[in-house]
Design a protein. Structure first.
Ligand code: SF4
Length: 335
Protein backbone atom coordinates (compact mmCIF):
# COMPACT_ATOMS: atom_id res chain seq x y z
CA UNK A 1 0.00 0.00 0.00
CA UNK A 2 1.28 3.44 -0.96
CA UNK A 3 -1.33 5.41 1.02
CA UNK A 4 -4.29 4.50 3.19
CA UNK A 5 -6.37 6.36 0.57
CA UNK A 6 -5.64 3.46 -1.82
CA UNK A 7 -7.71 0.98 0.17
CA UNK A 8 -11.29 0.01 -0.74
CA UNK A 9 -13.37 -0.90 2.32
CA UNK A 10 -12.54 -4.62 2.55
CA UNK A 11 -8.81 -3.92 2.10
CA UNK A 12 -9.08 -1.34 4.88
CA UNK A 13 -10.68 -3.93 7.16
CA UNK A 14 -7.85 -6.35 6.36
CA UNK A 15 -5.21 -3.67 7.03
CA UNK A 16 -6.69 -3.01 10.47
CA UNK A 17 -6.83 -6.74 11.21
CA UNK A 18 -3.17 -7.22 10.20
CA UNK A 19 -2.26 -4.51 12.72
CA UNK A 20 -4.19 -6.37 15.44
CA UNK A 21 -6.92 -3.71 15.43
CA UNK A 22 -10.63 -4.44 15.43
CA UNK A 23 -11.86 -4.36 11.77
CA UNK A 24 -15.25 -3.05 12.91
CA UNK A 25 -13.57 0.38 13.13
CA UNK A 26 -13.12 0.31 9.34
CA UNK A 27 -16.46 2.06 8.74
CA UNK A 28 -15.51 5.10 10.79
CA UNK A 29 -11.99 5.21 9.37
CA UNK A 30 -13.46 4.99 5.85
CA UNK A 31 -15.87 7.87 6.61
CA UNK A 32 -13.02 9.93 8.02
CA UNK A 33 -10.89 9.35 4.92
CA UNK A 34 -13.52 9.53 2.20
CA UNK A 35 -16.22 11.82 3.61
CA UNK A 36 -13.80 14.00 5.55
CA UNK A 37 -16.14 13.39 8.48
CA UNK A 38 -14.90 13.87 12.07
CA UNK A 39 -15.34 10.56 13.87
CA UNK A 40 -14.50 9.17 17.29
CA UNK A 41 -11.88 6.44 17.17
CA UNK A 42 -10.11 4.45 19.89
CA UNK A 43 -6.59 5.82 20.61
CA UNK A 44 -4.84 2.80 19.03
CA UNK A 45 -6.75 3.20 15.75
CA UNK A 46 -6.09 6.95 15.78
CA UNK A 47 -2.38 6.30 16.31
CA UNK A 48 -2.32 3.80 13.42
CA UNK A 49 -4.13 6.25 11.17
CA UNK A 50 -1.72 9.05 12.06
CA UNK A 51 1.17 6.86 10.83
CA UNK A 52 -0.46 6.23 7.44
CA UNK A 53 0.39 8.30 4.39
CA UNK A 54 -2.44 10.68 3.50
CA UNK A 55 -2.40 13.63 1.15
CA UNK A 56 -4.59 16.15 -0.61
CA UNK A 57 -4.07 17.40 -4.15
CA UNK A 58 -3.08 21.02 -4.40
CA UNK A 59 -4.32 23.35 -7.07
CA UNK A 60 -1.68 24.67 -9.43
CA UNK A 61 -4.13 26.46 -11.68
CA UNK A 62 -7.88 26.69 -12.22
CA UNK A 63 -9.29 27.78 -15.57
CA UNK A 64 -13.03 28.42 -15.98
CA UNK A 65 -14.50 28.29 -19.48
CA UNK A 66 -15.99 31.46 -20.96
CA UNK A 67 -19.56 30.21 -20.44
CA UNK A 68 -18.80 29.31 -16.80
CA UNK A 69 -20.12 25.77 -17.26
CA UNK A 70 -16.77 24.00 -17.24
CA UNK A 71 -13.73 24.44 -15.03
CA UNK A 72 -10.37 22.82 -15.63
CA UNK A 73 -7.99 22.21 -12.71
CA UNK A 74 -4.28 21.53 -12.90
CA UNK A 75 -3.53 19.54 -9.72
CA UNK A 76 -0.22 18.67 -8.14
CA UNK A 77 0.38 15.05 -7.10
CA UNK A 78 2.45 14.13 -4.02
CA UNK A 79 5.58 13.61 -6.21
CA UNK A 80 5.05 17.09 -7.75
CA UNK A 81 3.92 15.81 -11.13
CA UNK A 82 0.68 17.36 -12.37
CA UNK A 83 -2.60 16.10 -13.79
CA UNK A 84 -5.71 17.81 -15.07
CA UNK A 85 -9.28 17.19 -13.91
CA UNK A 86 -12.40 18.85 -15.24
CA UNK A 87 -15.64 19.86 -13.55
CA UNK A 88 -18.66 20.10 -15.83
CA UNK A 89 -21.93 21.53 -14.58
CA UNK A 90 -24.47 20.07 -16.99
CA UNK A 91 -27.94 21.29 -15.93
CA UNK A 92 -27.08 21.47 -12.23
CA UNK A 93 -25.80 17.89 -12.11
CA UNK A 94 -22.07 18.05 -11.70
CA UNK A 95 -19.82 15.68 -13.58
CA UNK A 96 -16.11 15.22 -12.89
CA UNK A 97 -13.76 14.08 -15.63
CA UNK A 98 -10.88 12.26 -13.94
CA UNK A 99 -7.35 11.37 -15.02
CA UNK A 100 -5.93 7.89 -14.51
CA UNK A 101 -2.32 8.41 -15.62
CA UNK A 102 0.27 11.14 -16.01
CA UNK A 103 0.52 11.17 -19.81
CA UNK A 104 -0.58 8.15 -21.84
CA UNK A 105 1.15 5.29 -23.65
CA UNK A 106 -1.49 4.94 -26.38
CA UNK A 107 -0.25 7.84 -28.52
CA UNK A 108 -3.50 8.82 -30.28
CA UNK A 109 -2.26 11.47 -32.71
CA UNK A 110 -5.02 14.04 -32.07
CA UNK A 111 -4.76 13.94 -28.27
CA UNK A 112 -2.70 16.32 -26.14
CA UNK A 113 -2.16 13.65 -23.46
CA UNK A 114 -1.01 11.14 -26.08
CA UNK A 115 1.40 13.75 -27.42
CA UNK A 116 3.03 13.91 -23.92
CA UNK A 117 3.93 10.20 -23.85
CA UNK A 118 3.54 8.02 -20.75
CA UNK A 119 5.02 9.15 -17.42
CA UNK A 120 3.31 7.02 -14.78
CA UNK A 121 0.10 5.44 -13.53
CA UNK A 122 -1.92 7.26 -10.86
CA UNK A 123 -2.55 5.45 -7.59
CA UNK A 124 -6.06 4.75 -6.34
CA UNK A 125 -5.65 7.53 -3.75
CA UNK A 126 -4.63 10.01 -6.46
CA UNK A 127 -7.72 9.15 -8.51
CA UNK A 128 -10.22 9.49 -5.64
CA UNK A 129 -8.51 12.66 -4.41
CA UNK A 130 -9.40 14.42 -7.67
CA UNK A 131 -13.08 14.03 -6.71
CA UNK A 132 -12.44 15.26 -3.16
CA UNK A 133 -10.64 18.32 -4.52
CA UNK A 134 -13.54 19.11 -6.88
CA UNK A 135 -16.14 18.55 -4.15
CA UNK A 136 -14.25 21.02 -1.94
CA UNK A 137 -14.62 23.66 -4.67
CA UNK A 138 -18.34 22.91 -4.94
CA UNK A 139 -18.82 23.01 -1.15
CA UNK A 140 -17.18 26.44 -1.04
CA UNK A 141 -19.76 27.61 -3.60
CA UNK A 142 -22.65 25.99 -1.68
CA UNK A 143 -23.26 23.66 -4.58
CA UNK A 144 -24.10 19.96 -4.51
CA UNK A 145 -21.26 17.46 -4.89
CA UNK A 146 -20.30 15.58 -8.02
CA UNK A 147 -22.90 12.98 -9.04
CA UNK A 148 -21.40 11.68 -12.26
CA UNK A 149 -17.90 10.55 -13.14
CA UNK A 150 -16.23 10.05 -16.48
CA UNK A 151 -12.84 8.37 -16.70
CA UNK A 152 -11.95 10.39 -19.79
CA UNK A 153 -9.17 12.63 -18.51
CA UNK A 154 -5.46 12.03 -18.97
CA UNK A 155 -4.53 8.40 -19.58
CA UNK A 156 -6.04 5.10 -20.69
CA UNK A 157 -7.98 3.90 -17.61
CA UNK A 158 -7.93 0.22 -18.60
CA UNK A 159 -4.11 0.35 -18.84
CA UNK A 160 -4.17 1.18 -15.10
CA UNK A 161 -6.91 -1.35 -14.38
CA UNK A 162 -6.81 -2.25 -10.68
CA UNK A 163 -6.16 1.25 -9.24
CA UNK A 164 -9.05 2.57 -11.37
CA UNK A 165 -11.42 -0.22 -10.28
CA UNK A 166 -10.40 0.25 -6.62
CA UNK A 167 -10.93 4.01 -6.91
CA UNK A 168 -14.42 3.49 -8.35
CA UNK A 169 -15.19 0.96 -5.60
CA UNK A 170 -14.29 3.63 -3.01
CA UNK A 171 -16.26 6.39 -4.75
CA UNK A 172 -19.38 4.23 -5.12
CA UNK A 173 -19.21 2.73 -1.62
CA UNK A 174 -22.43 3.43 0.31
CA UNK A 175 -20.30 4.25 3.38
CA UNK A 176 -18.62 7.01 1.38
CA UNK A 177 -19.72 9.28 -1.46
CA UNK A 178 -22.11 6.63 -2.79
CA UNK A 179 -21.95 7.71 -6.44
CA UNK A 180 -24.22 5.41 -8.50
CA UNK A 181 -22.45 2.77 -10.62
CA UNK A 182 -24.63 3.74 -13.55
CA UNK A 183 -23.43 7.37 -13.18
CA UNK A 184 -19.92 6.36 -14.18
CA UNK A 185 -18.45 6.05 -17.68
CA UNK A 186 -15.08 4.46 -18.39
CA UNK A 187 -13.58 5.48 -21.70
CA UNK A 188 -11.05 3.33 -23.54
CA UNK A 189 -9.12 3.51 -26.78
CA UNK A 190 -10.11 -0.15 -27.28
CA UNK A 191 -7.78 -1.84 -24.75
CA UNK A 192 -9.09 -5.38 -25.32
CA UNK A 193 -7.61 -7.15 -22.25
CA UNK A 194 -9.07 -4.34 -20.11
CA UNK A 195 -12.51 -4.53 -21.75
CA UNK A 196 -12.67 -8.30 -21.15
CA UNK A 197 -11.53 -7.88 -17.52
CA UNK A 198 -14.08 -5.11 -16.99
CA UNK A 199 -16.81 -7.41 -18.31
CA UNK A 200 -16.09 -9.66 -15.31
CA UNK A 201 -16.56 -6.80 -12.81
CA UNK A 202 -20.16 -6.96 -11.56
CA UNK A 203 -20.88 -3.24 -11.83
CA UNK A 204 -23.10 -1.36 -14.28
CA UNK A 205 -20.43 1.10 -15.42
CA UNK A 206 -20.90 2.52 -18.91
CA UNK A 207 -18.11 1.67 -21.30
CA UNK A 208 -17.12 4.04 -24.09
CA UNK A 209 -14.83 2.69 -26.82
CA UNK A 210 -13.04 4.89 -29.39
CA UNK A 211 -13.39 3.81 -33.01
CA UNK A 212 -12.61 6.84 -35.26
CA UNK A 213 -11.96 4.75 -38.42
CA UNK A 214 -13.89 2.11 -40.39
CA UNK A 215 -10.81 0.30 -41.72
CA UNK A 216 -7.72 -0.76 -39.79
CA UNK A 217 -5.63 1.46 -42.03
CA UNK A 218 -7.74 4.56 -41.27
CA UNK A 219 -8.07 3.83 -37.56
CA UNK A 220 -4.38 2.91 -37.25
CA UNK A 221 -3.39 6.32 -38.64
CA UNK A 222 -5.19 7.97 -35.69
CA UNK A 223 -4.79 5.31 -32.97
CA UNK A 224 -1.41 3.55 -33.27
CA UNK A 225 -2.48 0.71 -30.91
CA UNK A 226 -4.95 -0.41 -33.59
CA UNK A 227 -2.04 -2.58 -34.79
CA UNK A 228 -2.34 -4.55 -31.56
CA UNK A 229 -6.11 -4.27 -31.13
CA UNK A 230 -7.69 -4.06 -34.62
CA UNK A 231 -11.30 -3.09 -35.30
CA UNK A 232 -12.81 -6.60 -35.64
CA UNK A 233 -11.26 -7.71 -32.32
CA UNK A 234 -12.33 -4.51 -30.54
CA UNK A 235 -15.92 -4.91 -31.74
CA UNK A 236 -15.91 -8.57 -30.66
CA UNK A 237 -14.70 -7.50 -27.19
CA UNK A 238 -17.54 -4.93 -27.11
CA UNK A 239 -20.01 -7.67 -28.02
CA UNK A 240 -18.71 -9.83 -25.15
CA UNK A 241 -18.93 -6.86 -22.76
CA UNK A 242 -22.54 -6.13 -23.80
CA UNK A 243 -23.53 -9.78 -23.46
CA UNK A 244 -21.90 -10.24 -20.04
CA UNK A 245 -22.99 -6.93 -18.53
CA UNK A 246 -26.31 -6.79 -20.37
CA UNK A 247 -25.85 -3.21 -21.50
CA UNK A 248 -24.91 -1.41 -24.69
CA UNK A 249 -21.43 -0.01 -25.34
CA UNK A 250 -20.90 3.62 -26.30
CA UNK A 251 -18.82 3.97 -29.44
CA UNK A 252 -16.94 7.26 -29.73
CA UNK A 253 -16.19 8.69 -33.17
CA UNK A 254 -14.06 11.83 -33.26
CA UNK A 255 -15.06 13.72 -36.41
CA UNK A 256 -12.05 15.22 -38.19
CA UNK A 257 -12.50 17.41 -41.28
CA UNK A 258 -11.33 15.69 -44.44
CA UNK A 259 -10.21 12.58 -42.52
CA UNK A 260 -13.30 10.65 -41.41
CA UNK A 261 -16.29 12.98 -41.95
CA UNK A 262 -17.36 12.14 -45.51
CA UNK A 263 -20.75 10.74 -46.59
CA UNK A 264 -18.97 7.53 -47.51
CA UNK A 265 -17.52 7.25 -43.98
CA UNK A 266 -20.98 7.76 -42.51
CA UNK A 267 -22.50 5.01 -44.67
CA UNK A 268 -19.66 2.54 -44.00
CA UNK A 269 -19.78 3.30 -40.28
CA UNK A 270 -23.55 2.74 -40.21
CA UNK A 271 -23.03 -0.60 -41.97
CA UNK A 272 -20.20 -1.67 -39.62
CA UNK A 273 -22.18 -0.94 -36.46
CA UNK A 274 -25.71 -1.94 -37.49
CA UNK A 275 -27.09 -4.89 -35.58
CA UNK A 276 -24.75 -4.30 -32.65
CA UNK A 277 -25.81 -3.33 -29.12
CA UNK A 278 -24.16 0.09 -29.22
CA UNK A 279 -24.86 3.83 -28.97
CA UNK A 280 -22.74 6.02 -31.26
CA UNK A 281 -21.38 9.29 -29.91
CA UNK A 282 -20.07 11.75 -32.51
CA UNK A 283 -17.43 14.14 -31.15
CA UNK A 284 -16.24 16.99 -33.37
CA UNK A 285 -12.43 17.19 -32.97
CA UNK A 286 -11.19 19.43 -30.18
CA UNK A 287 -8.10 21.25 -31.45
CA UNK A 288 -4.64 20.66 -29.89
CA UNK A 289 -1.29 22.29 -30.66
CA UNK A 290 0.33 19.03 -31.72
CA UNK A 291 -2.23 18.10 -34.39
CA UNK A 292 -2.94 20.30 -37.37
CA UNK A 293 -6.32 18.87 -38.49
CA UNK A 294 -9.58 20.69 -37.74
CA UNK A 295 -13.14 19.78 -36.72
CA UNK A 296 -15.75 19.66 -39.51
CA UNK A 297 -18.23 22.52 -39.97
CA UNK A 298 -21.54 22.34 -38.09
CA UNK A 299 -23.30 21.51 -41.37
CA UNK A 300 -20.97 18.55 -42.01
CA UNK A 301 -21.50 17.26 -38.46
CA UNK A 302 -25.28 17.56 -38.91
CA UNK A 303 -25.16 15.76 -42.28
CA UNK A 304 -22.96 12.96 -40.89
CA UNK A 305 -25.38 12.59 -37.97
CA UNK A 306 -28.38 12.46 -40.32
CA UNK A 307 -26.78 9.88 -42.62
CA UNK A 308 -26.02 7.62 -39.66
CA UNK A 309 -29.59 8.07 -38.42
CA UNK A 310 -30.96 7.04 -41.82
CA UNK A 311 -28.62 4.12 -42.51
CA UNK A 312 -27.89 2.76 -39.03
CA UNK A 313 -30.02 0.65 -36.72
CA UNK A 314 -28.63 2.11 -33.49
CA UNK A 315 -28.99 5.40 -31.56
CA UNK A 316 -26.58 8.22 -32.40
CA UNK A 317 -25.91 11.55 -30.69
CA UNK A 318 -23.49 14.45 -31.09
CA UNK A 319 -21.57 15.25 -27.93
CA UNK A 320 -22.10 18.77 -26.58
CA UNK A 321 -18.94 20.89 -26.74
CA UNK A 322 -17.84 22.10 -23.31
CA UNK A 323 -14.72 23.93 -22.16
CA UNK A 324 -13.01 23.93 -25.57
CA UNK A 325 -11.84 27.54 -25.11
CA UNK A 326 -9.79 26.52 -22.05
CA UNK A 327 -8.50 23.21 -23.42
CA UNK A 328 -10.80 21.17 -21.17
CA UNK A 329 -12.49 19.18 -23.95
CA UNK A 330 -11.91 15.55 -24.86
CA UNK A 331 -8.34 14.97 -26.01
CA UNK A 332 -7.16 18.40 -24.89
CA UNK A 333 -5.87 17.61 -21.39
CA UNK A 334 -2.14 17.71 -20.68
CA UNK A 335 0.23 18.90 -17.96
S1 SF4 B 1 -7.24 9.67 -26.47
FE1 SF4 B 1 -7.13 8.60 -24.49
S2 SF4 B 1 -6.04 6.68 -24.97
FE2 SF4 B 1 -5.64 8.09 -26.69
S3 SF4 B 1 -3.70 9.10 -26.14
FE3 SF4 B 1 -5.41 10.41 -25.39
S4 SF4 B 1 -5.66 9.81 -23.27
FE4 SF4 B 1 -4.50 8.17 -24.27
Amino acid sequence: MNSVLDLPFTALQEALEIEGLNPTHATKVFQFLHLQKSVELPPKVRAWLAEQKQFVLNEVRSTPSGDGVTQKFLLQLPDRQDVESVLMGFSGRHTACLSSQVGCAMGCVFCATGQMGFRRHLTTGEIVSQVYFINEQLRARNESPVRNLVMMGMGEPLHNFQPVIDALDILTDTRGLCIGHSHITISTVGHIPGILKLAEVPRSYHLSVSLHGVTDEERGALIPVNKRWPIADVLEACREYSAKRDQHVLIAWTLIAGVNDSDDHARRLAELLSGRDIHLNLIPLNPTDGYSEQPPSEETVARFHELIRCHGTFPVTVRQKRGIDVGAGCGQLAS
